[in-house]
Design a protein around this ligand. Structure first.
Ligand code: ATP
Ligand code: ZN
Length: 605
């Protein structure tokens, strides 16, 4: 037997689960088949869309509308070098009850090629509960990441609470001092909501008279009267008296109230946003000491050219890519307000929801953002560009998917070879570092001792029917009778909501509720405390069994937190982590790791 055959033989008995057969999944399936894995299970809930074909290369035009899992499996089988290869598939969601504890338990490792946090969390919980290694890959444009997670050895997907990847900007930048076009685009989406959508106090678009920068400097600037007071927050356009009966400065009128009063008169709204409110900003003189002050733009006097460009050349370009002049933006604004006003009036709840693919809404935001940009001396942009910024669209890049799938495959081979110590967390960064590298890696982080999913404590896995079993039955039959918990205090781990209190009282009303009412489903976790008993804290992992009645349950496993092999290894790895980090990666390399958890669910496909 040559080395190839020997290597391949090691992979023969290993069962592999791949969840997701999209951009990463197609690359990955090809890799693992060609690497020699012979027993593969593919799960994907989706069908093939024509927009997938440019990068999901296992799919062809004739497959559009068919199951991704099915077509990928057939393609994988065609690639298999010998007939022993078995690939099976499920056209189903990984949340499905049939993918239960026993199902996960059979795999050597699981490959996540998913695009959303909810499914990743779920697979993580199932893999942690069953102690099956999980290799998770993700990409967003040119960025990518691979985290391989082994219970007790490395951090799990939920050890480090993920930051919300939605980009946010400080309120005062959006409302008072935009310096980039994106600030104007975000502001315009807020204007849309103020005028046509659901009112959200965080989306205020009027000048922020509380701006610290303006006021700090203001009080230092001596003698001038303060621009705002608490009453001023109350609003709206008229002069108010304060306690001493002094007259206070005027403040910007409320945008929604103003629009409604005017019957959604586009020109009046325009002048309020782009003249009156700008005058308020100009009054905060301290903001403009080191910045170019904004220049108000009345509707009746809109230039037909953008600063620095001429309409005649611009007009030759594709209309989508062309940047509208202020006069055109004014026209677009007016037309959009007109049709949005009608649609709002015609809608049953009087609320419109912004969507980048809604023509009126998109044109409104583009026009609004461009006018504001010109006012603040920022280059306006084309509808096309603004659409991709406003919709947070990040194009999928085939090369990034291929690199990430390659790294995942290498990690899979390390697991099969028993070389867990060689595992690395890897990321692809946007710009090469000082050594010209874009793929950076470091040993994985250690588990977080307080993680609700993977920290070391007694862990009981129990099968119940969450749609039928009540909180009261869980407490009495499962926890007290079967698990000998004396005085249970029970918290749902994700929400931290207390559903059973040993003191009674506050939670008595919940005893008749079925468990699903409190967020429990397959893979859900409860933290159970028992200060009266021997085991002060344990975790109960809940598995769903739809066939069970209210009282039926099954204890699948009950593990005590003794020092396990993995934990010992984790200690060794910890040394390695701290030792190696400094040697291989400098501070600049490490920075991206802290931010790198990419959540693509925020990115519409
Ligand atoms: N709960 C789920 N169960 C099964 N499959 C899922 C689930 N959620 C998402 N998926 C599948 O995961 C796949 C993710 O692939 P998708 O192509 O969107 O992202 P990707 O692999 O990161 O690549 P790209 O960035 O190129 O789009 C999709 O095919 C989707 O159907
Ligand atoms: Zn964890």
């Amino acid at each position: 037997m040559g080395w190839r055959e020997k290597e391949a033989a090691k992979l023969a008995g290993k069962k592999v689960l791949m969840v997701g057969a999209g951009g990463i999944g197609c690359e990955l399936l090809k890799n693992i088949v060609l690497a020699g894995f012979k027993d593969i299970h593919v799960i994907d809930l989706d069908t093939i869309d024509v927009s997938n074909l440019n990068r999901q290369f296992l799919f062809r035009r004739e497959h559009v509308g068919k199951s991704k899992a099915e077509v990928a499996t057939a393609a994988g089988l065609r690639m298999a070098p010998d007939a022993e290869v078995k690939i099976i598939y499920d056209h189903d969601s990984i949340f499905s009850e049939k993918f239960n504890y026993e199902f996960f338990k059979q795999f050597t490792f699981v490959l996540n090629a998913l695009d959303n946090k909810a499914a990743r969390n779920h697979v993580n919980r199932m893999c942690m509960a069953t102690r099956v290694p999980l290799i998770d890959g993700g990409t967003a444009g040119y960025l990518g990441q691979v985290y391989t997670m082994i219970r007790g050895v490395t951090e799990c997907y939920e050890c480090d609470p993920k930051p919300d990847n939605k980009k946010t900007f400080p309120g005062c930048t959006i409302r008072n001092t935009p310096s980039e076009h994106i600030h104007c685009t975000v502001w315009s989406k807020h204007v849309f909501n103020q005028l046509f959508g659901e009112l959200d106090i965080d989306d205020d678009v009027s000048p922020d008279m509380e701006d610290e920068e303006a006021n700090e400097k203001k009080s230092a600037a001596e003698g001038e009267e303060m621009m705002q007071s608490d009453e001023e927050k109350k609003d709206e356009g008229e002069k108010e008296k304060n306690d001493e009966g002094e007259e206070e400065k005027e403040k910007p009128s409320n945008t929604r109230a103003m629009a409604e009063e005017s019957g959604y008169d586009a020109e009046k709204i325009f002048n309020k946003l782009f003249v009156d409110d700008i005058h308020y900003l100009l009054k905060m003189a301290n903001l403009w000491k080191e910045r170019r002050p904004p220049v108000p733009m009345p509707f009746g006097d809109l230039p037909t050219e953008n600063p620095g460009t001429s309409v005649s050349t611009a007009a030759q370009i594709d209309p989508l890519q062309r940047v509208w002049s202020p006069a055109e933006n004014g026209e677009e604004f007016k037309n959009a307000v007109e049709s949005l006003r009608k649609r709002k009036a015609a809608s049953s709840d009087g609320i419109l929801t912004w969507d980048k693919d809604d023509e009126d809404g998109m044109r409104f935001v583009a026009a609004c953002a461009n006018i504001r940009a010109v006012i603040f001396g920022i280059q306006p942009k084309s509808l096309f560009e603004i659409k991709s910024m406003a919709g947070n669209i990040i194009p999928a890049i085939a090369t990034t998917n291929a690199i990430i799938a390659g790294i995942m495959t290498v990690d899979a081979l390390k697991i099969v070879a028993g070389e867990e110590k060689m595992l690395k967390s890897s990321i692809i960064v946007a710009k090469p570092n000082h050594r010209g590298m874009i793929v950076l890696s470091q040993p994985p982080e250690k588990p977080n001792a307080s993680c609700t999913t993977c920290s070391s404590k007694r862990e009981v896995t129990v099968r119940v029917n969450v749609e039928k079993m009540t909180v009261g039955t869980l407490r009495d039959k499962v926890l007290m009778e079967a698990l000998k918990v004396e005085e249970p205090d029970v918290m749902e781990a994700t929400t931290s909501k207390v559903i059973v209190s040993s003191e009674g009282g506050e939670t008595d009303g919940l005893m008749g509720d079925v468990l699903s009412l409190h967020g429990l489903s397959m893979g859900g976790r409860l933290i159970v405390e028992d200060f009266a008993g021997d085991e002060p804290e344990m975790r109960v992992v809940v598995l769903q069994a739809a066939a069970f009645d209210e009282f039926t349950f099954e204890i699948v496993s009950d593990e005590k937190p003794e020092m396990k092999e993995e934990d010992k290894m984790s200690e060794e790895m910890g040394d390695m982590v701290t030792g190696k980090k400094r040697k291989t990666l400098d501070e600049n390399d490490l920075l991206p790791f802290k931010k790198a958890r990419l959540e693509e669910e925020d990115v519409p496909a």
